[in-house]
Ligand binder design. Structure first.
Ligand code: BGC
Length: 726
């Protein structure tokens, strides 16, 4: 029933590496093997470690475009140099290392996740891949699929939320989109890089079966769908071993159980050894200048020469890299090194669609939204909404088309060397003025509460743009909005009941003012067309259809951990003594944790309002497919995201539920469509200590709802005992 070979821990050996993979495309493997046979040892050794261009001093010197990574090619065998760029949300250009090189910036990954739209995830990936190719990059460090375990994690915005099925499915589609351009995408960061605080020194502890059912399931699904050429291992340790020298994960699960044939590259600065890393399954050291020594250069050459590492393992490492190039089409359709034209206008539409489908309407009292076309006076307050929208920081940072109207360098902190607080030039003020040409629309910056109140009193509508900047390498120490923005919202709401709060945040924030404002729109970091998308949603040109991919807690301590673990022991540069993070929630991540603890969230996973209402009827179950009617019972056309949850056994004999499938459906007013949702069997299953999945013989309750915990329709499916070693 499941598509995997028997889960057995494979200890690295030449024989194990040489074993043929089940289902792998034979021709790509054969071709890779035939190429590697022709390589000299020196050529093989050159392929398995990469430079970090900003710090690299290669001998002999080679021209390198400033970006994340470079690995020289082997011209005589037609192997191109690998030019690596970060690309989670677009072709990155952190701190503008390539002066003036812009790219299309998608919204945060959370916006893509909130769309629940696999086709859109594919379109985003395809767009990024096309730009990368036109710029001469052929390996994209993309496909971030770490689950949101903690709402304050600094990189949540780059990822796809808390649910393995949602995140894995969408990551797989995004990877497929990137690779449709005949270039390689990674999936990253393998695995459990779930907080940024102390990411280089922390040991993430979790029960292995729980890991299989959660974060690893997200990777597994992403790999199945996306077939990424490479997997990037993470900085942190997992259950005692560094992720990049973790034999149980790299050799046992990834290459053994899942039969993964591509190559494992390290994160930048994540290698700690030569022999151990190589024999645990790491195939390529990335950005070697960031490691203590060049572990995969001279030390590895010595180990091969003395027989400390079998030559067969070096063959396997290079074969995997070449396999990734062949399998994605990179070898047959090499990327031109001279830049090509990019259709930025067409690509901007993709960014805008993601923003339009990904913003989540959380509250809309007395139909405040959409704003009436007759609205006369609107005031925008704060968040630099006169000039742009906020983006998240770190390696995913795109220098977007249109530039950065606001850019604030960091004075200190672990992200200071590679992040600036950056706004994309997509002005909500300008876009709203275009959408409401008759209205008087003004902006005040919100620094003076009194001025904000006066402006709000003088308007029919007030929109507060609340921002929370998140970045790689740092977590939000608290979940509250920073910089006295809660006081600003309170002041504005006191002056004008018709207040909308637009949240440009990297994840959930606490909302003590929720009861005092009329409407809340979660815009995440909405990308380079965020302003335009927002105007279309507020005017009703687009009906909101985003649904939360993460649970929003009422209080910080409703989550498994109220704040970043170990933050007190980490210095200004992000360094500190090793510590552990115990993922006590196991596989019960996000909404499952809230169900388990009987805690009501502020907004549930899957929740999102529309300008219309949808009704579900006539549920049927046929094998692993649920079908039912969805009717738009309102007066506005719109897209709905009906979700199917299976009730399953949680930890310690409790019950929790899991998203087993969903669909996205567009409906005109009064229209009904009969939809069918395929259920993912692994969401019914538990991963056992013996290394296989099993579904206990039982009646499983299925709930069709608008969000996690909602039951608009319910049915039961009886399943016999199903055990699978796959
Ligand atoms: C990040 C990766 C990124 C790499 C190269 C690391 O710090 O964790 O996501 O791909 O840098 O820029």
């Amino acid at each position: 029933m499941f598509a995997y070979p028997k889960a057995t821990l494979v200890i690295a050996s030449a024989a194990a590496f040489a074993a043929p993979a089940v289902g792998a495309p034979q021709s790509a493997q054969d071709r890779a093997a035939a190429i590697v046979v022709k390589m000299t040892t020196a050529e093989k050794l050159a392929l398995i470690h990469g430079y970090f261009p900003p710090l690299a001093k290669p001998v002999p010197p080679v021209p390198m475009v400033p970006s994340a990574g470079y690995i020289p090619g082997i011209a005589r065998l037609g192997i191109p140099a690998l030019r690596e760029s970060d690309a989670s949300l677009g072709v990155a250009n952190q701190v503008e290392q390539r002066k003036g090189d812009v790219a299309t910036a998608l919204p945060a990954g959370l916006a893509t996740a909130a769309s629940f739209d696999p086709e859109l995830a594919y379109a985003g990936g395809a767009m990024i891949g096309a730009e990368a190719r036109a710029k001469g990059f052929n390996v994209l460090l993309a496909g971030g699929v770490n689950l949101t375990r903690d709402p304050w994690n600094g990189r949540n915005f780059e990822y796809l939320g808390e649910d393995p099925l949602l995140a894995g499915t969408l990551a797989g589609e995004a990877i497929r989109g990137v690779q449709s351009n005949h270039i390689v995408s990674t999936v990253k960061h393998f695995v459990l890089n779930s907080q940024e605080t102390g990411r280089m020194v922390l040991d993430a502890r979790i029960a292995p079966p729980a890991l299989r059912e959660s974060d690893l399931l997200a990777f597994q699904l992403a790999i199945e769908r996306g077939q990424p050429g490479s997997v990037m291992c993470a900085y942190n340790r997992v259950n005692g071993e560094y992720a990049c020298e973790n034999a149980a994960l790299l050799t046992g699960v990834l290459k053994g159980d899942w039969g993964y044939r591509g190559w494992v590259m390290s994160d930048w600065g994540a290698v700690h050894s030569t022999d151990k890393a190589v024999m645990s399954g790491l195939d390529q050291e990335s950005g070697q200048e960031l490691d203590k020594i060049d572990y995969f250069a001279a030390p590895l050459e010595r180990a091969i020469a003395t027989g400390g590492i079998p030559a067969a393992r070096l063959d396997d490492m290079t074969r995997r890299i070449v396999f990734g190039m062949v399998d994605t089409g990179l070898l047959d359709d090499p990327v031109p090194t001279t830049p090509h034209q990019i259709d930025y206008a067409a690509h901007a539409i993709v960014a805008q669609r993601v923003a339009e489908e990904g913003m989540v309407l959380l509250k809309n009292e007395s139909g405040l939204l959409p704003f009436a076309a007759t609205t006369k006076r609107i005031v925008l307050i704060g968040g630099h909404a006169d000039v742009g929208v906020l983006s998240g920081g770190g390696s995913s940072q795109v220098r977007s088309v249109g530039g950065a109207p606001v850019e604030i360098p960091l004075e200190s902190g672990a992200a200071a060397s590679f992040a600036r607080t950056t706004w994309h030039a997509s002005s909500p003020l300008r876009a709203l003025r275009a959408a409401f040409p008759e209205a008087r629309i003004t902006y005040v910056d919100g620094r003076s509460l009194a001025a904000a109140q006066t402006a709000a009193r003088d308007a029919d509508l007030a929109i507060v743009f609340a921002t929370q900047w998140q970045t790689e390498a740092m977590d939000a120490a608290i979940l509250a909005l920073p910089d006295k923005q809660n006081a600003l919202i309170d002041a504005v709401a006191a002056a004008n009941k018709r207040t909308l709060v637009v949240l440009e945040t990297g994840g959930p924030v606490l909302m003590p003012w929720l009861g005092r404002v009329s409407a809340v729109l979660q815009a995440w970091y909405p990308g380079q067309r965020g302003g335009e998308a927002l105007a279309r949603l507020l005017s009703g040109a687009v009906n909101p259809s985003g649904h939360l991919p993460i649970t929003f807690p009422i209080r910080a301590d409703d989550a498994p951990r109220p704040g970043p673990v170990g933050i007190a022991g980490i210095d200004a540069d992000g360094r500190g003594a090793p510590f552990t993070v115990d993922y006590i929630e196991g596989a019960d991540v996000g909404y499952r944790w809230y169900a388990l603890k009987h805690r009501k969230p502020l907004f549930a996973f899957g929740f999102g309002l529309s300008y219309t209402t949808f009704r579900y009827d006539r549920i049927k179950i046929n094998k692993m497919q649920v079908s039912f009617d969805v009717t738009n019972v309102g007066h506005t056309a719109g897209a709905d995201v009906p979700q199917v949850y299976v009730e399953a056994a949680g930890s310690a004999g409790t019950k929790t539920f899991r998203l087993a499938g969903w669909t996205r459906v567009m409906l005109a007013p009064n229209e009904t469509k009969h939809v069918t949702v395929a259920l993912e069997p692994r969401t019914f299953a538990r991963f056992g200590d013996k290394g296989d999945w099993s579904i206990a013989p039982d009646n499983y309750r299925l709930a069709v709802g608008h969000f996690a915990g909602d039951t608009a329709l319910a049915t039961t499916i009886h399943l016999p005992l199903i055990q699978s070693n796959q």
